[in-house]
Design a protein around this ligand. Structure first.
Ligand code: URA
Length: 281
């Protein structure tokens, strides 16, 4: 890499323009890091005990030693990250194991630009689970979903129907912040999808809520916009159980379009009614 301290102002401006053109719109570190060198080094056998990458991943996830065989493709086959993600997600018997398997998963490019993994917040035993799009800047700093401005609105919406982070479980369809808060690409969503599917299956809530178009479309395999999908109940099949799922407007959208809050309010009342109806059975 050239030494940019020696660039003339014109050359520096041209370089910046070139970065922008290439889609580089955010500096994530002061110094460049050679990620290719880092990842090939990390795929070398450990100097401490000679454990293979799958063995290290299984140990980090707290899985039994024999489980490493099931992770054979996970660290060793970066060419098919979706397959690796599926293998890993399938191995997790608890949310804790899933979190650990995700923490050592190298297949999602977002992990290299994000500061932290954002797995979940709230109560995993809650009857209702909310699934959003992706962590933003504040979430990336704290490692928790929905703790920024949109999260504060979500907290007020939860409180309005008698819920809180003690009675709701919260996650996203992708686990690392996309640079510049852009929408996750279809590829990034597909790579993370086995993990969020497994997270939903393990949390096994009574009611699922998809916050915003990205989460609703991805998890329900629909192409309709959120204004068409919102307020309608869908069946979400975990493979073991059907969970009623409601797409609604994303709190960040409601911050930009406050007039739409009445639709959000309607959906939240529907969530409350569904929970009450289930408890009355
Ligand atoms: N928006 C989301 O979709 N998720 C977060 O965690 C924060 C903002």
């Amino acid at each position: 890499m050239s030494d940019t301290r020696k660039l003339s102002p014109d050359a520096a401006l041209a370089l910046l323009a070139w970065y922008r053109e290439a889609g580089v719109d955010e500096a994530v570190q002061d110094q460049p890091a050679n990620r290719l060198a880092a990842s090939s080094a990390s795929s070398q056998p450990s100097q401490h005990g000679g454990a293979s990458a799958p063995q290290r991943a299984a140990a980090q996830a707290g899985l039994p030693p024999g489980a490493a065989a099931g992770l054979s493709g996970a660290a060793g086959d970066p060419s098919d990250p979706v397959l690796s993600a599926r293998e890993r997600a399938r191995m997790a018997a608890t949310l804790e194991e899933l979190r650990n398997l995700l923490a050592s998963f190298e297949g999602c490019p977002l992990r290299y630009t994000a500061k932290t993994l954002c797995f979940a917040d709230g109560n995993p035993a809650a009857r209702v689970m909310f699934v959003g799009e992706a962590p933003g800047a504040e979430e990336d700093l704290q490692g928790l979903p929905f703790v920024g401005r949109a999260g504060r609105l979500l907290d007020r919406m939860l409180a309005a129907i008698g819920l809180s982070r003690d009675s709701a479980y919260i996650a996203n369809i992708v686990y690392w912040r996309p640079p510049g808060n852009r929408t996750p690409t279809p590829q990034e969503s597909q790579i993370c999808r086995p993990f969020i599917e497994r997270q939903i299956a393990l949390a096994d809530p009574d009611v699922l809520v998809f916050l915003g178009g990205a989460a609703a479309k991805e998890m329900l395999n629909r192409s309709d916009g959120i204004l068409r999908l919102r307020g309608k109940w869908f069946d979400y099949d975990t493979g073991e159980r059907i969970i009623p799922a409601l797409p609604t407007l994303h709190p960040a959208y409601l911050l930009r379009q406050p007039a739409q809050k009445r639709l959000g309010w309607r959906d939240f009342l529907a969530i409350r009614a569904r929970l009450d109806e289930q408890s009355a059975r």
